[in-house]
Design a protein around this ligand. Structure first.
Ligand code: SAM
Length: 284
């Protein structure tokens, strides 16, 4: 479990290594039906959300992850109108999706307490997105939602916790098969896929499981300071490689006017270039 002692917060994602935040001020803690939820403030990172001792988002660096989770699939698609976010209860992905001219975005979050605590303590993450008329929030299990929905989406963004606890089911072949069925032609799935230097098996497993449901599977990388261990991978899957092979001109045309601090069409293309130590994890 997490320890908050003498003004410090120690992340417990890895038993033998991790990050510690100093000079913190605890703001909120509760045990929800799904996980331990903690919020604290840090002089360096602003307000921080942690679930089961794992850092989920900080005010200072959340833009990196949320921009790279959302804009590559939506800019590559080029005309996404219906988007599904699975997880993402902090509202950061929802905020970024609504920067695009979508008709509707559905967010399926299993834990209502995450939405409530994020809106109360980290309002800048959603920045009013939960009140956008295009947004629909469903409190429920993303696995069941995708299995049962008759709706079709142009992009499905799986912004889940790691594959322990409630998030585990969102890293399965069955879930990916249902996602493939729920995507429109030309649709793209993007998934949170951990930090390969510390969680290499997760990347290999996701690569194999995504390939069981999609013909085109790849990964992008980005560096999020508080997702410790170096580059983070985001899974990418589609029925064909067309969305992944957009030209820089295509991307620039779609991304024109998009307000971002990390994403750009150039970063988009570069994010697919994997260093050898990650590429070698993509074992069929
Ligand atoms: N950006 C973070 C990361 O990369 O680890 C994820 C942040 S977001 C807060 C993760 C959310 O996934 C949590 O709010 C959690 O409740 C939600 N979640 C976990 N399992 C889920 C499931 N089966 N269905 C829907 N939401 C789920």
């Amino acid at each position: 479990m997490v320890t908050v002692a003498s003004g410090r917060y120690a992340e417990t994602l890895h038993a033998d290594w991790g990050q510690t935040f100093g000079e913190i001020r605890p703001l909120h803690a509760e045990t929800t039906p799904f996980q331990k939820l903690e919020v604290f403030s840090s002089p360096r990172f602003g307000t921080v959300l942690a679930l089961d001792g794992v850092i989920q988002a900080t005010e200072a660096d959340e833009f990196i992850y949320h921009e790279m989770m959302v804009h590559p699939p939506l800019v590559a698609h080029g005309a996404a109108k219906r988007v599904l976010i699975v997880g993402g209860g902090d509202g950061g992905c929802l905020r970024e999706v609504l920067k695009h001219p979508v008709d509707a975005v559905t967010l399926v979050e299993i834990d209502a307490a995450v939405i409530a605590a994020s809106q109360r303590f980290l309002p800048g993450l959603s920045a009013g997105a939960f009140d956008d008329p295009r947004a629909r929030v469903v409190v429920g299990d993303g696995l069941a939602f995708v299995a049962e929905t008759e709706e079709r989406f142009d992009a499905i963004l799986v912004d889940s916790t790691d594959p322990e606890g409630p998030g585990e089911v969102l890293f399965t072949e069955a879930f990916y098969a249902d996602c493939a069925r729920a995507l429109n032609s030309g649709g793209v799935l993007a998934t949170q896929c951990g930090v390969p230097f510390l969680q290499p098996a997760g990347v290999t497993a996701s690569f194999r499981r995504l390939r069981s449901a999609f013909a085109d599977v790849a990964f992008t990388v980005c560096a999020v300071p508080t997702y410790v261990g170096g580059l983070m991978t985001l899974g990418w899957a589609s029925a064909d490689s067309a969305p992944r092979r957009r030209t820089i001109e295509d991307l620039r045309a779609v991304a024109r006017g998009l307000s971002t601090r990390y994403y750009s069409p150039e970063v988009h293309l570069a994010a697919f270039v994997l260093p050898g130590y990650i590429q070698e994890l993509l074992i069929p």
